[in-house]
Design a protein around this ligand. Structure first.
Ligand SMILES: [Fe+2]
Length: 148
C-alpha cells in the first residue's frame, strides 16, 4: 500500500499555501528578471549567438516551471475552469513564442536586446496586470473565506 501523502493541496490547509505561493511567485518573478538581465548583459558584452542562446534557454526553462506552478496553484484553489484554461493558453502561447525566439538565436547575427529581451519584459508586465492579478485576487478572496 502506498504511503499517505505528507503534503496535499487542499482547502483544508489554505493559509500556509496561500502565503507560501505569494512569496514563491514573488521570488520567481525576481528570478525571471535576473535571468533576463543576464541575457541583456551577454548581448551588451557582444557575446556570440552560442553564449546568448545558452543564457536565453535558462529563461525559457524557468518560465516553463513558473507557469506550471501558477497553473497548479489555480487548480488547487478551484479557479474557474474557463479562466484557468484561458490563462494556461496565454502561458502556452508565450512558451511557443519563447521557443521561436530561442530557435532564432542560432543564426549568424545574435539578436539585439530590443528583439530578444524587451518583448518578454513587456509581455510579463502586461500578463501580470491583466491575467495574474485576477487569479491572485480570486485566491486571496477564497483564502479569506476559508480563514473565517
Ligand atoms: Fe500567469
Amino acid at each position: 500500500m502506498a504511503a499517505a501523502p505528507i503534503f496535499q493541496l487542499s482547502r483544508a490547509v489554505p493559509i500556509p499555501l496561500y502565503s507560501l505561493h505569494c512569496e514563491d511567485i514573488d521570488i520567481q518573478h525576481r528570478r525571471i528578471g535576473q535571468l533576463l538581465q543576464d541575457v541583456a548583459d551577454r548581448i551588451q558584452e557582444g557575446m556570440g549567438a552560442e553564449v546568448v542562446g545558452k543564457t536565453f534557454i535558462r529563461v525559457v526553462e524557468y518560465m516553463r516551471v513558473h507557469f506550471g506552478d501558477e497553473e497548479q496553484f489555480m487548480e488547487a484553489w478551484r479557479y474557474p475552469a474557463p479562466l484557468l484554461r484561458e490563462h494556461a493558453l496565454e502561458h502556452a502561447r508565450m512558451m511557443e513564442r519563447l521557443e521561436k525566439l530561442h530557435a532564432g538565436i542560432g543564426t549568424a547575427n545574435p539578436p539585439t536586446r530590443t528583439e530578444l529581451v524587451e518583448p518578454i519584459v513587456a509581455w510579463l508586465e502586461f500578463h501580470r496586470a491583466s491575467d495574474d492579478k485576477p487569479y491572485m485576487e480570486y485566491c486571496r478572496a477564497a483564502w479569506r473565506a476559508d480563514a473565517v
